[in-house]
Design a binder for this molecule. Structure first.
Ligand code: ADP
Length: 330
């Protein structure tokens, strides 16, 4: 599930790429994102994949609040989605099998699983007989089908396709859309950015139109092309459920850790306040942290700023030590 709540994206150069976008895409939906060049479509996708963060508002994807995601969590969140690019992005020195297997190898999938899953996804995209071929021996449409198989390799709950038919001839374009449709019927959410108006009309699915950073129309959720509800193979459904559970658990754990850190910071602040109350005449902070060497190097002016209270603290401590311990060292 994807939710955009009051999302604004302003790039550093001041361009307002998205303005107050509020959208919800439920699990299992098929959505076309359309709009003229520069409308904000890629920005919309980049916020979903967490390549960009919103300037304001919230983006929630598969249980992850992307604004609160730690760096470590990003790869786990990305495993819940498969991305298909206009220019395929295949590795030309690897055959079809290895291109797809590569996506599984990088996340440490065992060989046994790779040898089961890769033929399955290649069969889904109709390329069982091309497993040993190399990308440059294939047509544009076939390369895009390999790229779709690779996106499906780790059984994502969502496929994001950025102009998937941009480099494919019209006939193949239709086949690619058909495949995305089939993938969607297996229960996977599909989001497609496209300029291909004829295909958008033919497939009659939800269309979100973005213009000048704003959602100007949204046709709403639609059933599958033949009117049937999305179906899902039991095995795939079970894997999805487990993946979702795992994602939600990880998101909750991150939230708990953030709360714990906040609590600890509050406790420390309270202890500091208490310490001050105990010594009302004491002008100095209870604890002054010396700037680290690294900090000094990065921000030399910070050191200058901090030196005065630190020096005062040290002098005060030395006097106090001297008074308490019989003045060994002043
Ligand atoms: P689309 O995908 O619909 O063509 P984009 O999301 O790529 O639109 O771009 C939306 C607006 O944001 C455009 O005006 C574009 O020039 C600008 N833009 C996109 N990426 C950046 C960036 N990294 N830095 C600055 N401006 C950008």
């Amino acid at each position: 599930m994807i939710e955009f709540k009051g999302v604004h994206k302003v790039y550093e150069n001041g361009v307002k790429a998205l303005k107050d976008v509020n959208i919800r895409i439920d699990k299992g939906e098929f959505v076309f994102i359309v709009g003229e060049s520069g409308a904000g479509k890629s920005t919309f996708l980049k916020l979903i994949t967490r390549e960009e963060v919103p300037t304001a508002g919230e983006v929630i994807v598969n249980g992850y609040n992307l604004s609160k995601l730690s760096r470590k969590q990003i790869p786990y969140m990305r495993r819940t989605m498969g991305v298909v690019f206009q220019d395929f992005r295949l590795i030309n020195t690897m055959n079809v099998f290895d291109n797809v297997a590569f996506a599984m190898r990088v996340i440490g999938a065992p060989n046994r699983e790779i040898h089961k899953r890769v033929p399955y996804v290649l069969q889904l995209v109709g390329l069982s007989d091309k497993m040993r071929s190399f990308p440059l021996e294939l047509s544009g449409g076939e390369q895009q089908r390999v790229s779709l198989a690779r996106a499906l390799a780790n059984n994502p709950s969502m496929i994001i396709a950025d102009e998937p038919t941009g480099n494919v001839d019209p006939e193949m374009s239709y086949e690619i859309m058909e495949l995305l449709n089939a993938v969607n019927r297996l229960g996977t959410t599909v989001i497609v950015v496209t300029h291909a108006h004829d295909l958008v009309e033919k497939f009659d699915r939800r269309v979100i139109h973005i213009s000048d950073g704003t959602v100007v129309s949204d046709s709403g959720n639609r059933p599958t092309a033949d009117g049937a509800a999305a179906v899902q193979l039991p095995e795939e459904a079970e894997i999805d459920r487990l993946e979702e559970k795992k994602a939600a658990k990880a998101a909750k754990q991150a939230e708990r850790e953030a709360k714990k850190a906040e609590k600890a910071a509050k406790k420390a602040a309270k202890a500091e306040r208490k310490q001050k109350q105990k010594h009302p005449g004491d002008e100095l902070p209870a604890k002054v942290t010396l700037p680290t060497a690294e900090f000094d190097e990065q921000e030399p002016e910070f050191k200058v700023f901090e030196e005065t209270p630190v020096a005062a603290e040290q002098a005060a401590a030395a006097v106090e030590d001297g008074a308490q311990e019989g003045g060994e060292e002043a």
